[in-house]
Ligand binder design. Structure first.
Ligand code: BJW
Ligand code: ZN
Length: 245
C-alpha cells in the first residue's frame, strides 16, 4: 500500500467544509467481493448489464434475469463493508451535512454505519410485483430459485432501476440538492458512464464544489474534476480520514 499524499487544498477544504457529498459506484464495494459491472475485473463479461438490466430482457426471459439477481444476492448476503465504507461513515460524523448518494444496491453503506444514504438504483433485497406493485420481500421469495409469482399472478421483479426506467424521485432529488450545496464532492468507484447519476459530479462542479474522483483508473469524469486520486478506495479513504481529521 503506497502512502497517498493529498493536496493541501483538499485537506484545507475538507477541514473547513460543512457540506460534503459522495457519489459511490460498484468500485467502492469491489474490495468487499462484489464484482463491478465494467472495467478490469468486471464480472459481467458474459452479459453486458445493458442486456440483463432492462424490462424487455425480464419479459423475454424472466428466469435468466431472476437467476442473475439471485446469484448476486447470495454474494451480497455474505459480504461485509470494507475500510472504504467505514471511512465514509467516519467522515459523516465530522461534517454538519454529509450525504452518501449511491448507485449500489448492496446495503454496504448502511451496514458500515452511514445514516444519510440515498439509493439511486434501488435495493437488491427488495422485490415487487410488476402487475399490482405489491412488495414481495418475504424469505420465501428471496430464496426462490425460479421467478416467483404474486398472488395476483404477476411476475415478481427486483426493486432496482433498470435501463430506460426513471430513478426514484426522492433519492434523485436529494442527490441533486446535495450536489448543488456540497463544498467538497467525491465520485468514488464509479465509471461515471450511466446517467443521470453521472451528472451529479458535474452538477456539483458547476455549483462550485471542489470535486474529487477516487478510482483505480481514469474515467470519462477525470478531465472534469479538480483532483483525481488513483488507487483503491478501501486504501485511499482511510488514509484521507487519517490525514484530514
Ligand atoms: C474501483 C475499485 C476500487 C474498481 N477502488 N475504484 C445515451 C447517452 C446518455 C444516456 C443514455 C443513452 N442511452 C440511454 C441512456 C440512459 C441510460 C444510460 O445512462 N445509458 C448509458 C450506459 C449509455 N440511463 C438510464 O436508462 C437510467 N434511466 C434514465 O435515464 O431514465 C430516463 C429515461 C426514461 C425512459 C427512457 C430513457 C431514459 C437508468 C439507469 C439504471 C442503471 N441500472 C444499473 C443496474 C441496477 C440494478 C442492478 O444492480 O442490477 O445500475 S446498470 C449498472 O451501472 C448499475 C450501476 O449502478 C450502474 C453504474 O455502474 P458503476 O457503479 O459506475 O460501476 P462500473 O462497474 O461501471 O464501474 C466501477 C468503477 O469502479 C470502475 O471505474 C473501476 O475502475 C472502479 N473500481 N475497483 C476504486 N477498489
Ligand atoms: Zn401482484
Amino acid at each position: 500500500m503506497g502512502t497517498q499524499i493529498f493536496s493541501e487544498e483538499l485537506v484545507k477544504k475538507l477541514r473547513s467544509a460543512s457540506s460534503v457529498a459522495v457519489l459511490t459506484g460498484a468500485g467502492i464495494s469491489a474490495e468487499s467481493g462484489v464484482p463491478t459491472f465494467r472495467g478490469e475485473n468486471g464480472l459481467w463479461k458474459k452479459f453486458k448489464p445493458e442486456e440483463l438490466a432492462n424490462f424487455q430482457a425480464f419479459i423475454r426471459n424472466p428466469q435468466l434475469v431472476w437467476e442473475w439477481y439471485q446469484y448476486r444476492r447470495r454474494i451480497i448476503e455474505i459480504i461485509r463493508p470494507n475500510p472504504g465504507h467505514y471511512a465514509i461513515a467516519e467522515m459523516e460524523r465530522r461534517h454538519e451535512n454529509f450525504t452518501v448518494i449511491t448507485q449500489n444496491v448492496d446495503n454496504l453503506h448502511i451496514h458500515a454505519g452511514s445514516k444519510d444514504v440515498y439509493e439511486l438504483h434501488g435495493n437488491i433485497m427488495r422485490n415487487y410485483c410488476i402487475d399490482c406493485g405489491k412488495n414481495a420481500n418475504d424469505d420465501e421469495v428471496l430464496r426462490c430459485d425460479t421467478v416467483p409469482h404474486c398472488a395476483c399472478g404477476g411476475l415478481v421483479r427486483p426493486d432496482v432501476v433498470w435501463f430506460g426506467e426513471l430513478l426514484p424521485e426522492k433519492p434523485w432529488n436529494a442527490g441533486v440538492k446535495a450536489a448543488e450545496s456540497a463544498q467538497v464532492f467525491f465520485a468514488i468507484g464509479t465509471s461515471a458512464v450511466v446517467y443521470p447519476a453521472a451528472e451529479l459530479p458535474r452538477i456539483a462542479k458547476r455549483a462550485g464544489a471542489y470535486t474529487v474522483e477516487i478510482n483505480i483508473e481514469r474515467t470519462e469524469l477525470s478531465p472534469f474534476v479538480d483532483e483525481v486520486l488513483l488507487g483503491k478506495s478501501g486504501e485511499i479513504l482511510p488514509q484521507l480520514v487519517e490525514a484530514v481529521y
